[in-house]
Structures are given as structure tokens and as C-alpha cells.
Design a protein around this ligand. Structure first.
Ligand SMILES: Cc1ncc(COP(=O)(O)O)c(C=O)c1O
Length: 440
């Protein structure tokens, strides 16, 4: 078994090295990669912004994914049913609104490696993080600390700080932030594991982004979960940059809880409905503290309008309110595409696409005095490469935008590029390289 696993991993690495060593920086080669790409037709399922009558090179699927062409009809159906049925649409709509969120569950669960009963689409990401921490951050005199990555996304930092202060702690008492070592960009796994071990008697919770938004570093969620739980803590992840991007096995890894948004790699539209995961092992525990609302009440008796809360035995218990149908309609259109293509095929293309992007950047770099530095770790990355352009600053980013490439800029000095396998082409990577070369 382990020989086989090693062999497979050797084989994958070998294939990747073989592939990347055969890359070429020219249009014909990029086009030939597209021609042989089995997922190439999915690009046509998305709407691209245009620049000079040409689709832009869209590198911001890690911020706001592109709109699937089917989204319009999916939302329109609900507008039509609202016009036709009014309130009766809860029962009579083509997809009755009362149970609309259930249409998303199985598809979403597959993407994050969860069981359907562990998965729910609801609210927004930061809201879900708070709701889950109500249940899973239960500090005691002995165990009260939270461990997170340094420079987590600001909303996560505010959420953690405010959870601590809600329970009467300060960040200096109770927040452990694991940072990269001096002059390094990534957080070393060994440093996270060491911080867990060092704080094992006082650690209540680990809450880390599955993929760091700034560097694109993918954390070893399996190892962190194991180590955290061995130390007696609960372990949750913010999967904003992970869901729909990398392989996730939340159930098998035994992760306690997780939350993510659907507007990045999941292409569900600005501010669209978010996701939440609660591991099966917690679902039978009806005494877990939660902030409750009527949509978390047992659905068989919800409309008896009784004042005693009877919790659902699935992740739906954490729902508060009736579902936002229009954003769910957008989410549904997108998840149908994911269902069709499957995460395995997406990840396979993603590796090749991001490998080609890296190759192109390195080619430009050779010609331009190595002024570019990719700070995303090669071994632990998804679709995103974060680039520091030494000596160029924000003007380089602006130049890219003016020339039809849309990456994003993160203060103080990083350009983030996400090569999204659903709709980015190998030609996009080549075009980006040409424009970048001109600008440097
Ligand atoms: C890692 C991460 N966490 C949290 C958030 C905040 O998400 P929301 O505004 O949907 O709560 C974002 C938004 O981009 C994010 O990237």
C-alpha cells in the first residue's frame, strides 16, 4: 500500500517535472496545450470582461470568479416563479424555495470532501466563522488559546479578536500567531506543529486559512488537524481560497468545522451565499451551544411555530434564516458545472496550468534581470501565484490592467495571479508573459 502510494506520488512528480521541462514560451506551443486540453470547452461556459474587443486575461478567480452563462437563466427562473406564485413559490416554484438550499448540498459536499449531512450553504463567510466559533471555541480556565496563521485575512483576524474579547480575553493573552521565519515568505509546517506542541496544555482552538490569501500557500490540513486534536484542541479552517481550488477531504481528515465563500473559485457571484462544514462526530451532540434561528429547527416541526428549539441533526442546525434564493440560484448554476467536470480533473489541469504560468514568469525573469519573485511555495500551491516585482510596485499592476490582464494587487507589494482551470487557457498564460515582458 505504502509502496503503491510512494510510487504514485513519484509518478505524479515525475510526470509534472517531465511536463514542465518540455514547456515552450511561444504561441504555437500554448495553443497546442489548449488543443489537447480535455477541459478546454468549459471556457465557453463563462462570460469574460473585454478589453479592446478581446476577452481579458482574467487572473482574479481567487477574488471574484467569472459568471457562468447559465447563471442568468437560473436566477431568472426564480424571478419568474416569484412573479407567478408570490408566496406560494415556497411550495410551487419549479425548485420550491422551502428546500432550495438542499439542491446545493450534495454538489458542495463533494467539492470539499464532506458528507452531505456535514455540509450546508448559508449566510456569508465571516458570519459562518462566528457561528461556528460560538459552538467550537469554548474556552476554559485551562484551555483558552487560539492558534492561527500570522497575517491571516483581516476579516478572520477581526473575527478571532472579537471572539476572544467576547469571552474576556485579549489577543496578547490568548492568540498565538505562527509567522514565517525572518526573510522567508511561507510558514513552515514544522513551526505550526511545534507551536501546537508548545501550547498543548492551553490550546482550545486552531483556526487557519486552508490556503493563505496573500502567498497562496496551501497548509497541510490533515497534519494540522491531527496534531491539534492530539493536543486536545478543536480544529477549523477558513477555506475561502481552497474550496473549488484544491483537494479537500474534510470528513476523512476529521476536521471539526470549516467555512468558505462561494464567490471566488466557486463562481457564484459577488457576496453570494457561503458554505459551512461541521464534522459528523459533532452532529449527534445536541447540547453544543449555538446561536439559533428557525431554519436550524427540525424541519418536520418547524412550522408548528412552537417556542422550543429542536435542533436539526445535520449541519443545517447552524442555519438561522430562510435561504437567500437569488444567490443560491447563482450558486446552483455554478455547482452544476463543478458536478460535470469533477474536482479531480480540475486539479489535474490546474497543476499543469499553474506550472505553465510559472514557466512563463521564469522565462520573462531570465530576460529581465530576475526582478520577479514568486513567493508561492512550489510544493504547496493551488491555482494562485503571488509575485513580488522588485523595484516596480503598483504601476506594474496598473500597466497590466491597461493592457487587458486582470490580476490583483495586495498591499504592500504583491501581484496575485490565479490560473483557474475552468476558464483560463494556456494561451492566457502566454499572452500574460508577452505583456509582462513589455512592461518590465
Ligand atoms: C481568507 C478570507 N477570509 C475571509 C474573507 C471575508 O469574506 P466575507 O466578506 O465573505 O465574509 C475573505 C474575503 O475575501 C477571505 O479571502
Amino acid at each position: 500500500m505504502s509502496y503503491l502510494a510512494n510510487f504514485t506520488s513519484y509518478n505524479n512528480t515525475f510526470t509534472l517535472i517531465y511536463m514542465t521541462s518540455h514547456f515552450q514560451n511561444n504561441l504555437d506551443f500554448a495553443v497546442s496545450l489548449d488543443t489537447n486540453d480535455t477541459l478546454k470547452n468549459f471556457r465557453n461556459r463563462f462570460l469574460f470582461p473585454h478589453h479592446n474587443n478581446k476577452p481579458v486575461v482574467y487572473f482574479t478567480g481567487n477574488s471574484l470568479g467569472l459568471q457562468p452563462k447559465t447563471t442568468h437563466a437560473s436566477i431568472e427562473q426564480e424571478l419568474k416563479d416569484w412573479a407567478t406564485f408570490g408566496v406560494e413559490g415556497h411550495f410551487l416554484a419549479q425548485n420550491p424555495w422551502l428546500s432550495y438550499h438542499e439542491l446545493l448540498t450534495d454538489k458542495m459536499a463533494k467539492i470539499v470532501g464532506a458528507m452531505p449531512e456535514e455540509t450546508v450553504m448559508m449566510n456569508q463567510l465571516t458570519v459562518n466563522l462566528h457561528l461556528l466559533m460560538v459552538s467550537f471555541y469554548r474556552p476554559t480556565i485551562q484551555r483558552f488559546k487560539i492558534l492561527c496563521e500570522a497575517k491571516a485575512f483581516p476579516s478572520d483576524q477581526y473575527a478571532l479578536q472579537s471572539q476572544l474579547s467576547f469571552h474576556g480575553y485579549t489577543t496578547s493573552d490568548a492568540l498565538i500567531e505562527v509567522a514565517p521565519r525572518p526573510n522567508e515568505f511561507h510558514i513552515r509546517e514544522e513551526d505550526i506543529l511545534e507551536a501546537i506542541e508548545k501550547n498543548k496544555d492551553s490550546l482550545a482552538l486552531i483556526m487557519i486559512g486552508g490556503v493563505n490569501y496573500f502567498t497562496g500557500q496551501v497548509f497541510n490540513m490533515k497534519a494540522i488537524t491531527e496534531a491539534g486534536q492530539k493536543a486536545g484542541a478543536l480544529v477549523g479552517f477558513d477555506l475561502a481560497h481552497a474550496a473549488g481550488n484544491i483537494n479537500l477531504e474534510l470528513h476523512n481528515w476529521g476536521v471539526d468545522f470549516a467555512a468558505w465563500c462561494s464567490y471566488k473559485y466557486l463562481n457564484s457571484g459577488p457576496g453570494s451565499v457561503a458554505g459551512a462544514f461541521v464534522h459528523q462526530k459533532h452532529l449527534a451532540n445536541t447540547s453544543l451551544p449555538i446561536f439559533a434561528g428557525w431554519w436550524g429547527h427540525d424541519k418536520k416541526t418547524r412550522f408548528l411555530m412552537d417556542n422550543t428549539f429542536i435542533p436539526m441533526k445535520t449541519a443545517e442546525r447552524w442555519q438561522l434564516s430562510n435561504a437567500p434564493i437569488f444567490s443560491m440560484a447563482a450558486c446552483k448554476a455554478s455547482l452544476e458545472i463543478f458536478e460535470e467536470v469533477g474536482m479531480e480533473a480540475l486539479i489535474e489541469k490546474s497543476k499543469k496550468l499553474v506550472g505553465y504560468l510559472e514557466f512563463i514568469i521564469n522565462e520573462v525573469n531570465r530576460e529581465k534581470n530576475n526582478c520577479l519573485q514568486i513567493i508561492t511555495p512550489k510544493e504547496n500551491r493551488g491555482s494562485q501565484l503571488s509575485i513580488v516585482a522588485n523595484g516596480y510596485g503598483k504601476n506594474l499592476y496598473k500597466g497590466l490592467i491597461e493592457n487587458g490582464v486582470i490580476p490583483d494587487w495586495r498591499e504592500p507589494n504583491v501581484i496575485r495571479c490565479a490560473a483557474v482551470p475552468l476558464y483560463n487557457s494556456f494561451e492566457d498564460m502566454y499572452r500574460f508573459g508577452q505583456i509582462l515582458k513589455q512592461l518590465l
